[in-house]
Design a protein around this ligand. Structure first.
Ligand code: AGP
Length: 590
C-alpha cells in the first residue's frame, strides 16, 4: 500500500525522509512527497511518479518532517493527489482508506472548506484544522474518532516541534535513535533507530523535544516497550546485484535454512504436539496471490499426512463466505507481510467462528500475528522486490514443517532433513539453471501457459503469476489435465507452454499434455525433476530445464527456475522487476 515516515529532533529532516521513502518505495510508487517544519513554516514538495521525482526535496532541511510514497486508491496518481495534504497549518500523510470520507468531505465543504484533491486522505487535514484550538492532542483525538476505515497517519503542525503518528488497522512503528522516528515498517527505520516499538490499533504517538509520549483514542496515557530492531528486518540493500529480485532469489537457500532454525528455536514443534492432542477435524490454509499458492502446495500433501480434510482458500473469497461454526478447525493464514487486509480479516472471521488460528508470516510484529493463537515464523529476511520469491519458498518450508509437526511421529524429523536437502538443491538450481533460453522464448511469446499435475499445479500457478507480474506477458496456470478441456484452443505457434514435472507417478500424464501442445504447433518448455524424464520428452520440448528432485518439497525446488525465467524475461524486455506497474508489496485494502 502506501509508505509513511516521520522524524523529529533531527538535523536535515529532508535527507532522512528522502532516504526513508526510497526504502519504503516498494509499498507504492505512484507519487511521493515530503513536508518539513522549518523556522519559516511548513514546506512541502510532492509529485506524481517515483520517489526520485522529489529528489530536489532533499535540500529542504528542517528539524522535523513527514514523507509519503503512494499506491493510488482514491484519485489518479497526480501531483494534487500526492501526499502530504496541507490545510490550516497541518500537513498529513496517510496509509489506509477513510471509508466515510465522502460524508466528511460533504460536511466540511458545507462549512466552506475547499478541497484540492480527489483523495480520501485530505479530509484528515481539514478535520484537524476544524478541531484545533491550540491543543494538538485534543485535535488529533477528536479527528481520529470521526474516521472509519483503516489509517496510519503522520501529522505535522506549524506550532508543534515534533510530529504525531496514529495507528488504526495500518501499521506504525515508532523508533528512537538520534531523534524520534515513525514508519510503516521496520526496514525503513534501520540505520535511523536502534530501538523500536510497534503501536497497537487505537494508539497515538507524539514525538516532541523530550521523546515520545503515547495515548489511546480516549486520551488515556499508554506506555510502549522499546526493544532493539531485529537484525533480520534490516534491509541490506542490493548487495551488488542489479535488482532486488535476483538478490532475493539467491537468498532462497538461506531463507529455507533460517525458517527451519526459527521453527525449532521458537518451540513450534512443541506447540503443535500440544495442538495435536486436542484433535482437529479439518484444516483450512488461506492466503492471497503467492501466499495462496504456498497454501495450495501445502494442502496437496497435507491431507494424506494429517488424515483429515485439508483445503486451500483465497482469503478474499473466504472472508465473505457464509460458514458454519469452526470449532475443531485449524485455520492457517499465510502472508509474507502479515498486513494483507483480506488475509487478516479472513483469520479474524475464522477465529470468531471458533477456529484455532495459525499465522505463517515473515513479519513478526504484523497485524496477522495479533490475531493468531500460534505464530509460525518465516525467516526470509526483508523482501523488497514486489514480486515474492524467497518468501514463497520460506512459506512452503514453514507450512511443511507445520504439517509434519502436527502429524507427529517421525514426520517432523523427516521434514527437517528434507528441507536441508531442498535448500542445497535450490543452491544448485540457482547456480546451474539454464533459464536464459526459455526466458528469451517467453519474451517473444504472445502468451505463456504453465501446466502441472498434482503438487505441480500450484507451481504452475505460481510460475504464471510471477511471469505476469514482472513481464506483463499474458498467460495462465492450468492443471495439466484441464488443458484439453478448453485452454488448448489458445495454443498456436506464438504461444509457449511451460510444463512442470516433479512427480514420477504423474510424469507420463503431463508429458502427454506437452505432446498435445506440440501437435498443435505450440512451443513447449519443461521444468523436469531428476527421475521424471519420459521417453522422447527432451526431443518434444524446445527447452528442457533439469532440476534436482525433492520428494517432500517439490514446489520449493521448482520455484527456482520459474522465478529465474520470470526475472530474466523482465530484464530482456526492459521491465523493472522490482517495481512492476500497478502493484504494491502489501495490499492493505479490499
Ligand atoms: C507476489 O509476487 C505478489 N506480489 C502478491 O501476490 C502477494 O503474494 C500477495 O499480495 C500476498 O501478500 P502477502 O503474502 O504479504 O499477504
Amino acid at each position: 500500500m502506501c509508505g509513511i515516515i516521520a522524524c523529529a529532533g533531527v538535523r536535515r529532516a529532508s535527507e532522512i525522509l528522502y532516504k526513508g521513502l526510497c526504502d519504503l518505495e516498494y509499498r507504492g510508487y505512484d507519487s511521493a512527497g515530503i513536508s518539513v517544519r522549518r523556522e519559516d513554516g511548513i514546506v512541502t514538495v510532492k509529485r506524481a511518479g517515483r520517489v526520485s521525482a522529489i529528489e530536489c526535496a532533499r535540500r529542504l532541511g528542517g528539524d522535523a518532517g513527514i514523507g509519503h510514497t503512494r499506491w493510488a486508491t482514491h484519485g489518479a496518481p497526480t501531483d494534487a493527489n500526492a501526499h502530504p495534504h496541507n490545510f490550516g497549518g497541518f500537513s498529513v500523510v496517510h496509509n489506509g482508506i477513510i471509508e466515510n470520507y465522502a460524508q466528511l468531505k460533504a460536511e466540511l465543504a458545507a462549512r466552506g472548506d475547499e478541497f484540492l484533491s480527489q483523495t480520501d486522505s485530505e479530509v484528515v487535514a481539514h478535520l484537524l484544522a476544524k478541531y484545533y484550538r491550540g491543543d494538538l492532542k485534543e485535535a488529533v483525538i477528536r479527528t481520529v474518532r470521526r474516521l472509519k476505515g483503516a489509517f496510519a497517519l503522520c501529522i505535522l503542525h506549524e506550532e508543534f516541534g515534533g510530529f504525531a503518528a496514529v495507528k488504526y488497522r495500518s501499521p506504525v512503528i515508532a523508533g528512537y535513535g538520534s531523534g524520534c522516528f515513525a514508519a510503516s515498517d521496520m526496514p525503513a527505520l534501520s540505520g535511523l533507530a536502534d530501538r523500536v516499538a510497534v503501536l497497537k490499533d487505537g494508539q497515538i504517538a507524539f514525538a516532541g523535544e523530550n521523546g515520545f509520549t503515547f495515548c489511546d483514542f480516549d486520551g488515556n496515557a499508554v506506555s510502549l516497550t522499546f526493544s532493539p530492531l531485529p537484525p533480520q528486518l534490516r534491509s541490506g540493500g542490493k548487495a551488488g546485484f542489479p535488482h532486488y529480485m535476483i538478490k532475493e532469489i539467491n537468498e532462497i537457500p538461506a531463507a529455507i535454512r533460517q525458517t527451519a532454525a526459527a521453527f525449532e528455536a521458537e518451540g513450534c514443534a512443541r506447540a503443535f504436539a500440544k495442538l495435536r492432542r486436542k484433535k482437529f477435524s479439518q484444516v483450512i490454509v488461506c492466503g492471497c496471490g503467492t501466499a495462496y499458492h504456498a497454501a495450495l502446495a501445502a494442502a496437496y500433501g497435507g491431507e494424506e499426512l494429517l488424515g483429515v480434510p485439508v483445503r486451500a482458500e483465497t482469503a478474499g473469497e473466504y472472508r465473505y463466505r457464509r460458514r458454519r461454526k469452526l470449532s475443531g478447525t485449524l485455520f492457517v493464514a499465510v502472508s509474507q507481510s502479515g498486513e494483507t487486509a483480506d488475509t487478516v480479516e479472513a483469520a479474524r472471521a475464522a477465529k470468531a467462528a471458533g477456529a484455532r488460528v495459525i499465522a505463517v508470516t515473515n513479519v513478526p510484529y504484523s497485524a496477522l500475528t495479533s490475531v493468531a493463537d500460534v505464530v509460525v515464523p518465516v525467516r526470509a529476511g526483508a523482501e523488497i522486490c514486489v514480486a515474492a520469491t524467497k518468501s514463497y519458498c520460506g512459506q512452503c518450508a514453514a507450512l511443511g514443517l507445520t504439517f509434519c509437526a502436527l502429524a507427529g511421529g517421525r514426520h517432523y524429523g523427516r521434514a527437517k532433513r528434507a528441507l536441508a536437502e531442498a535448500a542445497a538443491m535450490c543452491a544448485d538450481a540457482i547456480s546451474g539453471c539454464a533459464a536464459e533460453d526459455a526466458a528469451r522464448a517467453c519474451a517473444s511469446a504472445s502468451a505463456v501457459y504453465f501446466i502441472g499435475r498434482g503438487a505441480d499445479y500450484p507451481s504452475a500457478l505460481e510460475g504464471s503469476l510471477k511471469l505476469k507480474e514482472v513481464s506483463y506477458i499474458p498467460g495462465e496456470g492450468y492443471p495439466a489435465g484441464e488443458l484439453k478441456h478448453g485452454p488448448i484452443a489458445l495454443i498456436d505457434g506464438g504461444t509457449l507452454t511451460v510444463a512442470v514435472i516433479t512427480d514420477p507417478a504423474l510424469a507420463e500424464k503431463t508429458a502427454s499434455a506437452v505432446e498435445q501442445v506440440c501437435a498443435r504447433g505450440g512451443r513447449a518448455a519443461v521444468v523436469c525433476a531428476e527421475g521424471c524424464e519420459t521417453a522422447g520428452l527432451r526431443g518434444r520440448a524446445e527447452y528442457f530445464i533439469a532440476i534436482p528432485r525433492s520428494e517432500l518439497f517439490p514446489a520449493i525446488v521448482a520455484a527456482v527456475p520459474l522465478q529465474l525465467i520470470a526475472y530474466r524475461t523482465a530484464v530482456i524486455l526492459g521491465r523493472d522487476p522490482d517495481k512492476p506497474r500497478n502493484l504494491a508489496k502489501s495490499v492493505t485494502v479490499e
